[in-house]
Design a protein. Structure first.
Length: 126
């Protein structure tokens, strides 16, 4: 059995958007997908500017942030300022000391599976 390595979230509301325009719900879902792009590449190798880098922990924050910080778009159009969303595990106190703006979100607060007991999403606005 293979592990799930990537999860995508498709925002709700596309079906209602289509219905308001007298189109079938599925039309809204198809149109919504046109706004999504993904890539599977090394953090230091991509060259476009983006709003968020979403990654599992591949390196300590002090290593990862320099790979991507110049790739984050400076104009923010979201409730959260553009930056990094990083899946990490364990005690991050020492690792995040150099990043006072970082916020930790404990995944055990959202998922009951024991796998998530020590997992966190670290949000670092850039």
């Amino acid at each position: 059995m293979s592990e799930i390595n990537h999860v995508a979230i498709i925002m709700d509301g596309n079906g209602r958007w289509a219905l308001k325009r007298n189109k079938p719900r599925n039309f809204g879902h198809q149109e919504g997908l046109k706004n999504i792009s993904s890539m599977h590449t090394r953090a230091e190798d991509f060259s476009i500017q983006i709003d968020f880098v979403v990654s599992r922990a591949v390196a300590k924050m002090e290593t990862f942030v320099p790979w991507v910080n110049k790739k984050i778009r400076p104009i923010h159009n979201h409730a959260f300022k553009n930056g990094i969303l990083y899946l990490k595990g364990g005690d991050l106190k020492d690792e995040l000391i150099s990043f006072p703006k970082a916020k930790e979100f404990a995944l055990k607060d959202y998922f009951l599976d024991p796998f998530f007991e020590t997992k966190k999403v670290v949000y670092l606005p850039l």
